[in-house]
Design a protein around this ligand. Structure first.
Ligand code: ADP
Ligand code: MG
Length: 472
């Protein structure tokens, strides 16, 4: 039997897509899409996560299939498979190579290799990096696999060509700092690159300290402009810190970017939602790849706890892991906090960790409203009921006034009381874009200011949602 290979068609379709959508968007969606296999009239692609599969499918499946048909003269359907994906060679480099060489050269994805030879001597720990924040201790789940893959891609190509900058965003305790430092730790251990990890707040403080002292100001500038890798955590801190810091970051960014130095930013929200930051800086943040981290699902929460227990060499029964994972869904930091509290108690009291002990020791944690399993589905359900609509009305595309306002309210409340990003909320509302969610939130905020009745209604709905969540 002849083995089918559609890889050539796939590369060609990718080239055309690149021409169509441009480098930035292409890098956002296609660098982590991998050709996997072919069966008769079916081409299977590997993608790193569920979220990613849905997005690529929604945005590009049809147009890719049309291209494949024109190229191959066959009807080829695209299917997706979730799993670890080796980052692809940037398409532009490939198309350049292809025109230079012959058209039939179909290249394999780049084999990841460290940029610089590993150094033999073991270095002392990096002064700003926590050694435990490494890739081995980071559990990959569907909520973070895109981000983790992007971070890994940078460790393979730290010359600023993979994604520059990488912009990681998401709520507290979801692993932004861990992943960012994992990049730093990896590169520090395996290369001779100069690495700076800092928070935006620290950057600001250093700048302020140096002001007025010419030598110190120069030293500050040089330090940041001549690093090889800049990891800057929590840049949402810059909101409202006008003037000098933003200006300095802008120049630092340009200097590093122009000399192909890798930059990673983290933020608690997408770049487009940052306030009081000049447009030119925001557009720099979004120039490379933006990836969000969302709260881990139940399986990932269990896996994280198991990994922790192994690392700390404590025995913790599966039913206790299940109990914690079920009750603490907001973020990894809270999950870890509860875990640590529990083992500390068991240790001090000389008790075994059991479900009863966990329930008793963690009852406050389990009861706190932040831990409640706030799901957008519940919000949709409660709001639909209140307005005598169906959940599908709220998720769907109908634009009648009767539906539009409740839908906007549902998005607004989802944004207010859950930890989901606008991107994720948009997903739940029938695959809408995060800008639509933001627009809805702003609309409702405005309306609430001028209409106290709406304000009361929203409060009431939030109450109902909380009640429903507590009961279920
Ligand atoms: P953020 O910077 O997004 O607020 P952190 O990176 O500080 O979050 O993560 C909070 C804690 O949770 C850290 O101790 C981190 O090691 C842990 N953590 C987060 N995500 C994971 C993960 N996927 N696997 C293992 N530990 C994680
Ligand atoms: Mg952090």
């Amino acid at each position: 039997m002849i083995e089918l290979n559609y890889e050539f068609f796939w590369k060609e379709a990718l080239n055309q897509t690149f021409e169509e959508i441009g480098e930035q968007e292409f890098n956002r969606w296609f660098v982590l899409v991998e050709y996997r296999s072919a069966a008769e009239n079916v081409l299977t692609l590997g993608v790193p996560s569920n979220f990613y599969r849905e997005e690529v499918k929604r945005r590009y499946k049809t147009s890719l299939e049309e291209k494949l048909k024109l190229i191959s003269d066959q009807d080829i359907t695209i299917e997706f498979e979730i799993g670890a994906v080796a980052p692809q060679v940037k398409i532009r480099e490939e198309s350049e190579k292809q025109t230079e060489q012959s058209a039939e050269s179909v290249e394999k994805p780049a084999t990841p290799t460290p940029a610089v030879k590993p150094s033999k001597d073991k270095k002392p720990p990096h002064p700003h990096l926590r050694p435990s924040y490494n890739f081995d201790s980071f559990v990959i789940g569907v909520n973070n696999s895109f981000a983790a893959n992007a971070a890994l891609a940078i460790t393979k190509n730290p010359d600023g060509t993979a994604y520059n900058p990488l912009f990681l965003y998401g709520g507290v305790g979801l692993g932004k700092t861990h992943l960012t430092q994992a990049i730093g730790n990896y590169l520090y251990a395996h290369t001779e690159l100069k690495i700076i990890y800092t928070s935006a707040e620290n950057f600001l403080n250093e700048l302020v300290d140096s002001i007025g002292d010419k030598k110190a100001t120069n030293a500050f500038k040089n330090k940041y402009r001549y690093t090889d890798v800049l990891l800057m955590d929590d840049i949402h801190f810059l909101q409202g810190n006008k003037g000098a810091t933003q200006e300095e970051l802008f120049h630092t960014f340009n200097a590093l970017y122009d000399s192909n130095k890798q930059i990673v930013f983290t933020s608690d929200r997408p770049a487009s939602e940052l306030k009081h930051i000049p447009e030119r800086l925001i557009s720099r943040f979004g120039r490379g790849l933006s990836v969000d981290l969302s709260p881990p699902d139940y399986e990932t929460r269990c896996a994280i706890l198991k990994r922790k227990a192994e690392t700390k060499k404590v025995g913790i029964p599966d039913d206790v892991i299940a109990l914690l994972s079920k009750n603490i869904s907001s973020n990894v930091r809270d999950l870890e906090g509860a875990f640590t509290k529990l083992i500390a108690y068991a240790d001090l009291a000389g008790k075994k960790i059991t479900v009863e002990v966990a329930q008793q020791q963690l009852k406050d944690v389990f009861a706190s409203p932040k831990q409640a399993n706030m799901s957008v589905d519940v919000i949709i359900k409660v709001i639909a009921e209140h307005y005598q609509l169906s959940p599908n009305d709220l998720r769907g595309k109908k634009r009648s006034q009767k539906i539009v306002i409740p839908r906007q309210i549902a998005m607004f409340i989802s944004h207010e009381i859950t930890e989901f990003s606008t991107t994720e909320i948009g997903q739940t509302f029938g695959g809408r874009d995060h800008t639509t969610v933001m627009h809805s939130c702003n609309k409702i905020k405005e309306k609430m200011q001028s209409d106290p009745k709406l304000d009361t209604t929203v409060q009431k709905l939030v109450g109902l949602i909380k009640e429903y969540t507590a009961k279920s």
